[in-house]
Design a protein around this ligand. Structure first.
Ligand code: ZN
Length: 144
């Protein structure tokens, strides 16, 4: 994956995601996830998963970070990089809901780093969500 961001920057972002995972509220699954968003304004915003006894109301670390980023810096934020980490030593790419939410603020070339089945994966955002919901899709002719 090519990116203009340095390996050190992405490593640091992963470390911040890991620190966020340590603050996870996950008494039901014990799956402790953290996310760190590097914004184009240079700020890093982290989030962690927050579970709920009803399960369905649980919010993932990625959306938690995103909501926090908009709350802190406003609606014009843009994401420069995403890192996801967990303390369970298992794969955890962003789920579908988080991909769609992140896609509102992340361009196709934004690097996304997450724990894979083996090691860490680093992909561009458009590889994670090639057909995200977008109002412009309805303009595309069928079959293209
Ligand atoms: Zn998610």
């Amino acid at each position: 994956m090519k990116t203009s961001l340095s390996h050190t920057t992405l490593d640091d972002l992963s470390k911040q995601a890991t620190l966020a995972a340590e603050r996870s509220y996950s008494p039901y699954s014990e799956f402790k996830v953290g996310a760190a968003l590097l914004l184009t304004n240079g700020k890093v915003v982290t989030g962690t998963n927050v579970e709920n006894v009803s399960y369905g109301l649980t919010i993932c670390a990625e959306r938690s970070a995103l909501v926090r980023a908009v709350s802190e810096f406003g609606p014009s934020i843009r994401i420069a990089a995403v890192a996801v980490a967990n303390l369970n030593e298992t794969a955890s790419p962003p789920c579908g809901a988080c991909r769609q939410m992140l896609g509102e603020f992340a361009g196709p070339d934004v690097p996304v780093i997450f724990p894979a089945a083996v090691g860490t994966s680093a992909v561009h955002f458009d590889e994670l969500l090639p057909f995200g919901f977008d109002m412009t899709l309805k303009k595309r002719p069928l079959g293209n």
